[in-house]
Design a protein around this ligand. Structure first.
Ligand code: SF4
Length: 326
């Protein structure tokens, strides 16, 4: 990582449910992202990946309590007004979501929607200039027959084309940071690969920082420089992707890797991590993973392990040594 990260998140904590309940959706998440690099954020559905990103983009409801620090090019974002954040969002920081059909407006043409994203930050551009820029963006995202697509509505496009439109909207103002929240989940496997290739190509060309939220470990292993593994609202392991996936120090990371299907082996059933993610209202005491952990000892039910450095990786486990060598 460079000395001045593009994005630096420290102890980001998100509490839901108002002062009476204070349900901790994210606890003390910390990570950094350098310009032109990719951070993968991995974990089961409901582990806090998306809410972490929505918090740092300032997209959560005002009654949700957020603490900690989010620095974008050294500028603190926590505590900024919505007006101040809007001047960054869509311009210097952009986000794409997993289901383009629910993100796009069904009653506006593709051209109008891309033009609208351009107009928010480039108010002096004429309508004709915005449409010309929209056409250029459709060409950048390699959508077939871009002139025709400009005049079409989202329902007239395939899932892959809709996601390319979402990427075009995100690229409308040349962002420095792109957050992609499961951008290929709603697509079939072939189209998934094409969309990931497109994102990586754009990232390299534009030297963007990319945060890729995914539960596809194969994609993260291939494209990310660093990875953060989240469980029940906490980052439990974080570091260079090759080291974390090659020699995991946290039992949850191990479990995720073990549950991947192996193409070169026939198995009767896939290996699953026993149990399920605890609900927000019923987080276990001590280490949140202890009810599902095959390495758990009595200390794990009492003491929540801190995320501590182990070489180039940070791990939150009392028995990381044992996990890594077993
Ligand atoms: Fe498992 Fe204990 Fe490590 Fe938690 S601290 S992951 S329960 S061994």
């Amino acid at each position: 990582m460079s000395a001045a990260p593009l994005l630096e998140v420290r102890d980001l904590t998100v509490r839901l449910g108002g002062p009476a309940r204070r349900l901790e959706a994210v606890r003390e998440a910390s990570f950094a992202l350098a310009e032109g690099t990719t951070l993968g954020i991995v974990g089961e559905s409901g582990c806090g990946k998306s809410i972490t990103m929505l918090a740092l983009m300032g997209l959560l409801a005002p009654d949700i309590e957020i603490s900690g620090s989010v620095r974008f090019r050294g500028e603190e974002l926590i505590g900024k007004s919505q007006r101040e954040l809007s001047s960054l969002r869509g311009k210097r920081m952009a986000m794409i979501f997993q289901d383009p059909m629910t993100s796009l407006n069904p009653v506006m043409t593709v051209g109008e929607q891309i033009g609208e994203a351009i107009a928010i930050h480039a108010t002096a551009l004429s309508r004709a200039a915005r449409q010309a820029r929209a056409l250029d963006l459709l060409k950048v995202v390699a959508i077939p027959f871009p002139e025709r697509r400009l005049r079409q509505y989202p329902h007239e496009l395939s899932g892959g084309m809709r996601q390319r439109v979402m990427i075009a909207i995100a690229m409308a103002n040349d962002p420095e940071l792109l957050i992609a929240d499961e951008p290929t989940t709603a697509l079939d496997v072939t189209v998934q690969a094409q969309i990931m290739e497109l994102l990586l190509q754009l990232q390299k060309e534009r030297k963007m920082g990319l945060v890729l939220i995914s539960h596809d470990l194969g994609v993260v292993a291939r494209v990310a420089n660093e990875v953060a593994i989240m469980y029940a609202g906490r980052i439990c392991e974080r570091g260079p992707v090759g080291t974390v996936f090659g020699r995991p120090g946290h039992p949850y990371t191990r479990g995720l890797l073990a549950s991947l299907p192996k193409i070169d082996r026939t198995v009767e059933s896939l290996i699953a991590i026993p149990g399920s993610l605890p609900s927000l209202a019923q987080r276990p005491s001590g280490c949140r993973f202890h009810p599902r952990c095959t390495f758990a000892q009595s200390i794990c039910t009492r003491d929540d392990p801190a995320l501590l450095p182990r070489g180039s990786v940070d791990v939150a486990c009392h028995f990381a040594d044992k996990v890594e060598t077993s």
